[in-house]
Design a protein around this ligand. Structure first.
Ligand code: C2E
Ligand code: MG
Ligand code: MG
Ligand code: MG
Length: 286
């Protein structure tokens, strides 16, 4: 069929390619100005303890409303921001914003509420990464013990020793480290033993297969067991069904996150959720 259409197919292809390149250039150029123009915001997805289903913290997830292109997914623009280096500034903005927001909920009475912020591998190339994080914590008066930085396995492909030393410094500040999207990388197992982690997040692709064949279930169970034997907490991401949550509970998974529990929420909705789920603001019993 392609042959019959001949040049037509080529034209369609080159046109699509052209549009993709054009979009990418536009995104790249507008990333530079997006922060100053206030086009980013954060939404917050609750993390609950898998047993009692109390909110123990949120994951901050960035959103970008582009003036011409509309909403752009972080899956599209974060990799570009990493390539151009803009992620360094954007990442620090997100950290500060998330700490300020969470601090305000803590001040409303959710004293032990945590926050998880995604840290890109590219940010480790910033020489003052640790000092900048420390400064944000000091400025926002945020307890480092309530901050978790989510990293992925690809952070250390270039300079493992450097990354390791930065992670150790962050740990010394009291910050917790979570390994995100666990199981999707090339070296998941070797990371567990090597890096100073506090928890791992089982990637949603495994969680979403819990309802499938027995083998998939066993994988999740095995990850939880292995993590616990290494003294790591386990979070399951992408929990969408009651069946998945029940299984995770049964296998003693520590925390859960997913559309079943809550979608990523605007800050106002988080506060309502804290009142409803954690009884925030109600007089304490006993
Ligand atoms: P992630 O850190 O693994 O975040 C989890 C993603 O799964 C989020 O997508 C979230 O909205 C989505 N999700 C949550 N529950 C469910 C569920 O039940 N089902 C399904 N199908 N999806 C669920 P989102 O918000 O589009 O973010 C995508 C990725 O972009 C994140 O993956 C993270 O790698 C990156 N990202 C987002 N915000 C930031 C940021 O501030 N800094 C950096 N460096 N990366 C970020
Ligand atoms: Mg994450
Ligand atoms: Mg994740
Ligand atoms: Mg993921």
């Amino acid at each position: 069929k392609a042959k019959e259409q001949g040049g037509g197919v080529y034209e369609v292809f080159s046109c699509e390619l052209y549009q993709a390149v054009q979009r990418r250039v536009l995104i790249e150029n507008s990333l530079r100005k997006a922060l100053d123009r206030g086009e980013f915001r954060l939404v917050y997805q609750p993390l609950v303890d898998a047993r009692g289903c109390m909110t123990i913290g949120h994951e901050a997830l960035i959103r970008w409303r582009h003036p011409e292109l509309g909403t752009i997914s972080p899956m599209e623009f974060i990799p570009i921001a990493e390539e151009t280096g803009h992620i360094v500034e954007i990442g620090m903005w997100a950290l500060r914003e998330a700490c300020l927001q969470t601090k305000s909920w803590q001040d409303e009475g959710a004293e032990k509420l945590g926050i998880s912020v995604n840290l890109s591998g590219r940010q480790f190339q910033q020489p003052e990464l640790v000092e900048c994080i420390e400064a944000v914590l000091a400025e926002t008066k945020f307890d480092p013990k309530l901050l978790t930085l989510e990293i992925t396995e690809n952070i250390a492909i270039h300079n493992e020793r450097h990354v390791m030393s930065k992670l150790t410094q962050l740990k010394q500040l009291g910050i917790k480290i979570a390994l995100d999207d666990f199981g999707t990388g090339y070296s998941s197992l070797s990371y567990l033993a090597k890096f100073p982690l506090d928890s791992l997040k089982i990637d949603k692709s495994f969680v979403q297969n819990i309802g499938g064949n027995a083998g998939e279930k066993e994988i999740v169970k095995t990850i939880i067991g292995m993590a616990h034997s290494l003294n790591l907490k386990v979070t399951a991401e992408g929990v969408e069904t009651e069946e998945q949550l029940a299984y995770l509970k049964q296998e003693a998974c520590d925390f859960a996150q997913g559309y079943l529990i809550d979608r990523p929420l605007e800050p106002e909705a988080c506060l309502e959720q804290l009142v409803r789920r954690n009884g925030l603001g109600r007089p304490k019993v006993g």
